[in-house]
Ligand binder design. Sequence first.
Ligand code: XMP
Length: 515
Amino acid sequence: MRQKGHEYVLIIDFGGQYNQLIARRVRECNVYCEVKSYKNVTIDEIKELSPEGIIFTGGPQSVYGEGAPAIDKELFELGIPVLGICYGSQLMAHTLGGEVKTCITSEYGKTETIYDKDCVLFGADMPEKAISWMSHTDYIAKIPEGFKITAHTANCPCAAMANAEKKLYAVQFHPEVNHTENGLAMLDSFLKNVCGCKGDWTMANYAETAIKEIREKVGDGKVLLALSGGVDSSVLAALLSKAVGSQLTCIFVDHGFMRKNEGDEVEAAFADWDVNFVRVNAKDRFMAKLNGVSDPETKRKLIGEEFIRVFEAEAKKIGAVDFLAQGTIYPDVIESGSGDAATIKSHHNVGGLPDYVDFKDIIEPLRMLFKDETRKLGEELGLSDTLVWRQPFPGPGLAIRIMGEITDEKLTILQDADWIFREEIAKAGLDRSIGQYFAVLTNNRSVGVMGDFRTYDYTLALRAVTTTDFMTADFARIPYEVLEVCSARIVNEVKNINRVVYDVTTKPPATIEWE
Ligand code: XMP
C-alpha cells in the first residue's frame, strides 16, 4: 500500500528469478517499493498509485512466445519513469515498436560492457568499461523511435537504451545482481536522478508510522501474539510493545525442542519489555505425542497440531482478544509473476491459528518488510543482538534434527553438540556470514576407539549453509581448522558421539534441514 506523503516505486514482475532482489536493492537506496505481478496490475491502479517510478523485472519468456507477459502501451504515456530490466527491457522495446530477436550468441554471466557516459544511469564515478551480469537468449535488435543505445557488449549491440525525454530506460543486464559492477549505483541514479526520489524509506520512519497505525487500529483492544523467539516474532513483539504496551500478551510455547538454554534466553530477552509474557513449558506433552514417531512429516504434523492445542488452551485463559498478531514478512506475501513454487516440506507456521482462537481481526505489521529490514527495525527498536541476529530455526525445532525417534537422551546429546558448534562458529567470526548452521544427530552408529576401549556410538553431522533466500543454498566453506576444533570438542565433551561428519551438499539437490 502506498503511504501518504512517502515515495513509492512499483516493481512489475514478469516472473524473473531476481524479482525480490530488485525490490531489496531499491529499498537499500531508501526508496519504498512493492512487487506486483503483471497479471494483477491494471493501468487504472497504476494511475491511482501514481508511483515515482516503475521497474520491469526480467522473466523467462520471449516477447514473441505464446502467452508471453505483455503490458498496456498506455503505461508509457503516463509520464512515469520506467526502467526495464532484461525481459522488461525487451518488452519495452517490443511494445514501443522496436524489434527483439534471438541472439546468435547468448550471453550468460559476467560480461564486459561499454557504457555511454552521457546516460544518467551510467554517469558520476562509473567507468566507461565494466562488468555486467547477463542472462539472455533474446536481444533488442532495433530500438524504438526516440531511443538511443546507451551500452553494448561484444555480442549484444544494445545492452541498454534510453529515451531520456520520456524518462524511459532499459538495461539488458541485471543491475540488481552483485556481479554487475556499480549496479546499485545505476539503480540509485534511476531512482534519485530520473524518478526524483529523495530516499525517505528508513526504519526510524517506518517504526514511527507503524506504531501510529497500530495504535489507531488497536485502540484499547487486546492483542495476542504467538512468540517463537525467532527474528520476526521477536521484532513484532517489540514493535507492538512500543505501540500498545501491556495490551499485548505474548504466548511463548516452549515445546522442549529449542536449542540449549534458548527458552530461558527468549524469556530473559523480554523481561524488561512492557508486555504480558506467558511461557508455557510443554515439553512433556510434546514428547508424549512424539513417542515412537520417526517419520519427519508426521513429526511436523504432530508438533503443529499440539502447538495449536497448547496455544489455544493458553489463549482461552486470557479470554477473548481483539487482534491476533502475526509475524508475516514480505517474501511470504509477494505475488510472483510466475505462479506459486512447489511446496517441498510442510512448514509449520502459526498461520494455522486463526481457526482456533477467538479474535476479531489479524494484524501483520511486518507484512511489507524484507528479512534484513525486519532486523534493522529490531535494532531500531532496541532489541538485543542475540534476537535480532538469530539464525532461522524451524518451528518443529530439534525434533527434525534428530533422525528417527526422539528420546530425552538424544535431545540432550544434540543440544550439547549444537551448542559447541555454534560457539566455535561465533569464535571464528563466521556467525553472520553463514546463513544457517547447526548439528544433526543421525540415527547411525559406528565403531570407534577411545582410550583402550571400543565404542559404538552416534555419528553427528554438522551442516552450515550460505544462502540469500533459503530456496537455494551452498555449503559454507568453513576452514578445516575450525571444523577440526568442533569435531575434537564434540567427541571429547559430548557423551555418545564418536564420529563427526560435515555435510557438503548444496540445495538443491539436498534441502537445508535433514528431515
Ligand atoms: P529446507 O530444509 O526446506 O529449509 O531447505 C529451508 C528453510 O526452512 C526452514 N524449515 C522450516 N521452518 N518449519 C519451519 O518453520 C519447518 O517445518 C521447517 N523445515 C525447514 C529451514 O530451517 C530453513 O531455514
